[in-house]
Structures are given as C-alpha cells and as structure tokens.
Design a protein around this ligand. Sequence first.
Ligand SMILES: NC(=O)c1ccc[n+]([C@@H]2O[C@H](COP(=O)([O-])OP(=O)(O)OC[C@H]3O[C@@H](n4cnc5c(N)ncnc54)[C@H](O)[C@@H]3O)[C@@H](O)[C@H]2O)c1
Ligand SMILES: O=C(O)C[C@H](O)C(=O)O
Length: 313
Amino acid sequence: MKVTVVGAGNVGATCADVLAYREIANEVVLVDIKEGFAEGKALDIWQKAPINLYDTRTVGVTNDYSKTAGSDVVVITSGLPRKPGMTRDDLISTNAGIVTSVTENIVKHSPDAIIIVVSNPLDVMTYAAHITSKLPRTRVMGMAGILDTARYRAFLAEALNVSPKDIQAVLMGGHGDTMVPLPRYTTVGGIPVTELIDEETLNAIVERTKNGGGELVKLMGTSAWYAPGSAAAQMVEAIVRDQRRVFPVCVKLEGEYGIDGVYLGVPVILGKNGIEKIIELQLNEDEKQLLETSRGHVKEVMDALDNINAAKA
Ligand SMILES: NC(=O)c1ccc[n+]([C@@H]2O[C@H](COP(=O)([O-])OP(=O)(O)OC[C@H]3O[C@@H](n4cnc5c(N)ncnc54)[C@H](O)[C@@H]3O)[C@@H](O)[C@H]2O)c1
Ligand SMILES: O=C(O)C[C@H](O)C(=O)O
C-alpha cells in the first residue's frame, strides 16, 4: 500500500511517522512546498526505522506529485494552522486555495485514491477537496471526529481515574465550537457514563472538549499535532486494512439526518472503499437541535467559500 501525506509540517510529519512505525503502509510519500522540508522529515523518519524496527519506506518530495502516483490513500494536511486569537474559519481563504490546488495535483496522479482532509476549517476544506476531486463522497472525507472524541475520552478518563481504553464515545457535527458531543452514547467499560459522573462535571468536560483545539493553541501558540496526526493515521489504517472501524468522520450528507449537501461529522463504517456506510443514530430533540445549529454554522462557512470562489472566477 502506498500512502501520500501532503504537508510535512507538525500534523503531516506526525501522521507519516505513525504510518511508518506502525507499518500501516509499505511506502509513505511526504510532500511539501517548502524546499527540502519533506525530504528532511522523510529521511529522519527512515533513520528511526533501525531503532523502532519497521520497514516502511518514507520518501520526501518538494511539490513533485509524480512521486505520489498510484497512492491508495492521500492525507491532506497542507495549510496554515491558527494562532492564538484566531478561529479556524479565519484560515478559509488561504487554506481553500492550498487544498484546492493540492487536490488537483493528487487526482491527476492518483485518480483512484481515497482522500482524507485534515486542513482547517475542516468541514469546508473537505467540501473544497470533494468538489475539486469530483470523486464519490465515499472517497473524500475529513478527519476531526476521532480527534474530538479522543479529547472527550481523555478528559473523562482523567476525571474518572480509569483507562482511556475503556471509554467509548461518539461526537457529531462540525469541527468547531458547535460540535455535538453525545453523553447518551458514552460508555465506560459498557456502563453508561451518566451512572458514573455527575451532570456538572460531565457538562464541564463537554465544554472543554468543544474548546479542546483552542486550549492547545493558547498553550503552544500554534495548533495540536500529536493527536491529530495519529487520528488521521488511524483512519488510513482502517482503510488500508479494511478494518470496518466505526468512527465519526466528516462527509457530505445527502439526506441522512434530514440534512442535504452539508459536510458534517457523523458515525460511519470505514473500510477499503472509504466510507462503507453512514450510521444514522436516533437523536432526541435536544441533540437534533444541536446538530441543526452545527449544520447552520458549517453551511455559512461553505457559502463563504462559494463567494470567495465566485469572486475569483
Ligand atoms: N482536522 C483537525 O482536527 C486538525 C487538527 C490539527 C490541525 N489541523 C489543521 O491542519 C493544518 C496543518 O497544521 P500543522 O500544525 O501541520 O501546520 P504546519 O504549519 O506545521 O504545517 C503545514 C505545512 O503545509 C505546507 N504547505 C503549505 N502550502 C502547501 C502546498 N500548497 N503544498 C504542500 N504543502 C504546503 C507548509 O509548508 C507546512 O510545512 C492546519 O490547517 C491546521 O489548522 C486540523
Ligand atoms: O484547533 C485548531 O485550530 C486545530 C485543530 O482543529 C484542533 O482541534 O486541534
């Protein structure tokens, strides 16, 4: 299996590193626009192979998409990260240009690839990649739900003093402050979380999760990369190993949850064909309302992208 990761910065290099040391692919191609940067990162990861004992080949290239030809999966991480005081949506015009041109190059050389978008604002960058690629919606998706869910699970594990391995949860909606955590679908070793934690603590964890990205931006001056890079690699693994894992993934909805034409995180089955199935949960009225708010926000940003594209045309 051949996997390309575009953007050799914090998230892209972390993703490539996880793909290599877990031997998820035979070959990982890292691409960046900055001269020599991807080559350096790929060489460094390859020099770690004799220490960590893996044989995945890592190759770095500066903007040379011929080396990405025949990729089975492509992860797009290229683009600006936000700085303190910014929202993800503030990145839209710069990152839309980057994601669009990268997607054009990718599909030219790997027309059968499955594309996983990571660049922000996530849901709208998934939209940009999807319309540019003209691939079926099952093959162009965004990574955010695994990350947001992981944050939620980590905070819960800390509060309950249990292993994060035993916390199962799902989040829906856009990757932003309007994301929709679902305590009703959260369990700890099979036990509903509401039986183990008081409402006030749970609400505080939900709020912290919604602001999870911003908390790290404030601490580090740029956004997170270890968990995001690993989350993207986990999606690649589910696809290349046809694991049929159940993850929240951003995809274009076409009637599911009563929503049409908007890109949102929903639980899906992920396997060799990409999104094998979208799972439709029976949401209660409160949850439906939260999802509707999230849909409205993502749609506004999609419209903003359409306006940017119309002004350029
Ligand atoms: N979806 C998520 O949950 C999630 C999580 C973390 C970060 N992100 C987003 O991922 C993106 C990358 O974050 P990062 O921390 O790795 O940033 P970074 O600045 O460390 O890396 C970005 C890389 O993209 C490269 N790049 C820019 N334009 C390019 C182009 N046209 N072709 C190839 N490479 C190009 C840059 O040279 C840089 O090396 C940001 O938009 C960030 O907001 C999303
Ligand atoms: O917060 C960001 O800007 C990056 C990413 O979306 C995250 O949630 O870590």
